[in-house]
Design a protein around this ligand. Structure first.
Ligand code: SAM
Length: 232
């Protein structure tokens, strides 16, 4: 998969060279390219923002650098148009199902907003180049799209075949079957007088699976009852 990210703070993404996503890049499974939006400016100050029409607090990202970035990364009339994602607190909420869907794509372009956001016409222009998605990480406001994009890339990237060594570990995770994950334990079996639930030491795989399922349901009921209601 190819992923392009446009940001005025490209060094935010240095962390994505580590761990599993770093390995996926060195083995060629993931081609991740980080771009500085200011490289598509042409004035001495490399300006990316201006005051809002109609007044109001804060600055708005200018359309011109975004247009040039799209011309290069998502050219009009391409045979394989990318999916262009703008993180936004006013977008659809990102779920595991969104990650699963986006992990099937060949090419994603992420555009990180800053200030009060991006001039609205950029989204219209982007829609002439590919499918546009405005995606929120949750109902709160971040200073910029970088942290949201890192979270999305990590959630999407780990679903690309070959990124996580044992694909079975992806199946048994929170949100994969609409429930939260069961509790996990490792050695020692007694730690600071706290014991691992005896069923996990029984060797009875059927009983362990039933216990884990019950734990998932109980946990989901207690912590995230909204997930069970969504199943109705
Ligand atoms: N004025 C915008 C609004 O009220 O919708 C918020 C702008 S926010 C300060 C700057 C940028 O941070 C946004 O353009 C977006 O890229 C990113 N951002 C903020 N909160 C986010 C969230 N919950 N999910 C995804 N991106 C977010």
């Amino acid at each position: 998969m190819r992923i392009d990210v446009i940001s005025i703070f490209p060094s935010y993404f240095d962390g994505l060279t580590l761990s599993l996503l770093g390995k996926a890049q060195s083995t060629g499974i993931l081609d991740l390219q980080i771009h500085d939006l200011r490289d598509w400016t042409h004035d001495r100050h490399r300006t990316v923002d201006d005051t809002p029409y109609g007044g109001g607090a804060g600055m708005v990202m200018k359309p011109e650098p975004w247009g040039l970035a799209l011309d290069e990364l998502a050219p009009a009339g391409s045979d394989s148009p990318p999916t262009i994602i703008f993180p936004s607190p006013a977008g659809e909420v990102f779920h595991q199902s969104t990650a699963r869907e986006l992990a099937q794509r060949e090419h994603l372009v992420f555009g990180c907003g800053r200030y009060e956001g991006i001039d609205e016409r950029v989204f219209e222009e982007a829609a002439t180049r590919g499918e546009v998605r405005l995606i929120s990480l949750g109902d709160y406001v971040l200073n910029g799209g970088e942290v949201a994009v890192m979270a999305m890339i990590e959630a999407i990237g780990r679903l690309i075949p070959g990124v996580v060594g044992n694909p079975e570990s992806l199946v048994e995770e929170s949100h994969e079957d609409g429930l939260l994950e069961y509790p996990s334990y490792t050695k020692p079996s007694v730690w600071r007088e706290r014991e691992v639930p005896p069923i996990l030491l029984s060797g009875n795989h059927g009983a362990i699976a039933a216990w884990r399922r019950e734990q998932q349901l109980e946990r989901t009921r207690r912590r995230r009852p909204d997930l069970l209601r969504d199943e109705d």
